[in-house]
Write a new protein. Structure first.
Length: 113
């Protein structure tokens, strides 16, 4: 009963990587493919950085926000029959309601267009 060592062979420079004694061997992509992929990703990032205002946030009215708050309050009421106010489901609803209430407050503070 002894320790067995597996030979490891790594060949780099031919565009391939192999491990002697390994069941899974895979070829690395050619250098030009990696370079082209990197250039493409860099171009995509630059395009996203150039147009930050092209994506508009969805506009929600005070009524839509209040309807969502009412729906969440009904869910909370149902859960509070079974769980305490410290339960994660209830604290999550409380957090969402707080965010929606802040959004309503922000809408009310905005000057009319």
């Amino acid at each position: 009963m002894g320790i067995q060592f597996r030979p490891l062979l790594l060949i780099i420079g031919t565009g391939a990587m192999f491990c002697a004694g390994c069941a899974n061997t895979q070829a690395l992509p050619p250098q030009t493919e990696v370079t082209n992929r990197l250039s493409d990703l860099e171009r995509r990032v630059e395009n996203l950085e150039v147009r930050p205002n092209s994506v508009q946030r969805p506009y929600r009215s005070k009524e839509e926000l209040q309807a969502q708050i009412d729906s969440l309050q009904k869910q909370r009421d149902g859960l509070s029959k079974t769980y305490t106010s410290a339960h994660p489901a209830i604290t999550d609803i409380d957090r969402k309601v707080s965010i929606l209430q802040k959004q309503i407050k922000m809408l009310e503070e905005q000057p009319a267009p």
